[in-house]
Design a protein around this ligand. Sequence first.
Ligand SMILES: NC(=O)c1ccc[n+]([C@@H]2O[C@H](COP(=O)([O-])OP(=O)(O)OC[C@H]3O[C@@H](n4cnc5c(N)ncnc54)[C@H](O)[C@@H]3O)[C@@H](O)[C@H]2O)c1
Length: 499
Amino acid sequence: MPGALVFVGFMGAGKSTAARAASDALGRPLVDIDAQIEAETGTTIAELFARDGEAAFRAIEERTILTVLSRVEDGTCVALGGGALGSLRVREALTSHTVCWLEIDEASAWKRVKRSDRPLARDQDAFRALFAERLPTYEAAADVFLPQGGRTLMHDVAARLLEAGSGRRLAFARAGESIYPIWFGNRVWPATEPDRDVLITDANVGAIYGQRFESLRRITMEPGEAHKTLGTTERMWTQLAEMGATRASRVIALGGGVVGDVAGFVAATYQRGIPVVQVPTTLVAQIDSAMGGKTGVDLPAAKNYVGAYHQPEAVHVIPKVLDTLPAVERAAGYAEVVKTGLIAGGPLWERIRGGAIDDPDTVLGCARVKLDVVSRDERDGGPRQLLNLGHTVGHAIETVTQYRRYRHGEAVGLGLLAVLRLSGQDALRDEVRGLLESLDLPVTMDPSIDPNAVLAATRTDKKRLGAHVPYVVVDAPGALRWGQEIDDASVLAAVQELR
Ligand SMILES: NC(=O)c1ccc[n+]([C@@H]2O[C@H](COP(=O)([O-])OP(=O)(O)OC[C@H]3O[C@@H](n4cnc5c(N)ncnc54)[C@H](O)[C@@H]3O)[C@@H](O)[C@H]2O)c1
């Protein structure tokens, strides 16, 4: 276990509460740095600030933290003050401990602390600036990303925290009642149970990584979207039955989005549902499809038309497996990265437009955007529609070309260009076009494709409710609106422009 569990985060995130709840749940000692400083100096933090100034307080704080961290026993739960990571020496000391970042958005943080006696929460503009300044420091230091949730959440997740750290980063996905871990790192391969687990993979991925799961029974599908069909799932259901898989069995899905969707659907339906662990091996799957619980297959009529929501038990994101991904598949994931950057805006968009397209931090950042959106809306009723940015036209292009002409991500790239035009974002469209081009993605559509057929195919989009297909439009990176109606003539013009 890597050192102490150190809870960090902005003012109002609930660090003291979380550290106390973790300490109770795990039966480990608790140290609250602010409380310790107050006890040792015999004065409150607010009084210390007022009397001696912030610099003097920071010096005491740094000294106290360094002393505590050099002595604590493993697993001790330590709550730090919100500004503690401003010290380089503290950040260095934290590298041998497990840093648990309690995330909170700025508006909620302000609501919680605006009437407190906290010296740095007096003026909202200064508070906002401090929030933006500190955010990247927490993000860089974090081994564990904790959503809000107080004592109940800690009860559910505390034991996992002890497995994180030393290059094993951990986030949590929340969907309705369920919460499950998302592991990131090159050493986070799932532990398996040969009597229970069945590996589902495709022929390409199985040949490269299958030996890691040698002790498991295995079902292998043909690779590619063309095999994301009910025929494939029927063969899998039959094979599971022939293997004697029961309701106590578990599926390990090893592969890209196709394997994840198919194996997830098989797990959702076999004997009315068995657990699935997702081990995504493509960029698309690592930042998007492995998380959120959507599973399913295509029909000849349209993509993803049959499926189920089935949240995985856990997701294991191993950046190194992308090394063997063919360049063209990697490029197909880039469009989803660009899409996610546009949804997120802020520092993630800056990283992506600056060219950091698939390094582990970008993958983690993109995956966390997906987790955030899904946690706000499990079933596409609201914010989750944001993830469909560029997908209505993208899916329509895939449908009219029978899923054979473009990879999913390539079609999404074209869909993004169409929707940026429909959003009136001409400059941003030019930038994204340049970005896609530099990433070897198509920026024009095969002229043999009939734009009217693409328009007609948008009407079969699953997101359609009533007469209209709802679009996600972009006002700026990070500022999007979903559920927007757009007239056929404009959509047709935006598709025609792609030729
Ligand atoms: N469920 C969701 O929320 C969701 C979200 C986005 C996309 N999707 C689905 O994901 C699918 C696309 O997934 P994809 O882009 O991952 O394609 P994919 O699963 O078809 O994989 C692409 C190719 O790369 C190979 N491959 C995979 N990992 C490899 C590795 N590490 N090394 C070498 N080869 C490897 C595969 O065998 C395949 O040939 C689509 O069907 C789409 O609908 C689902």
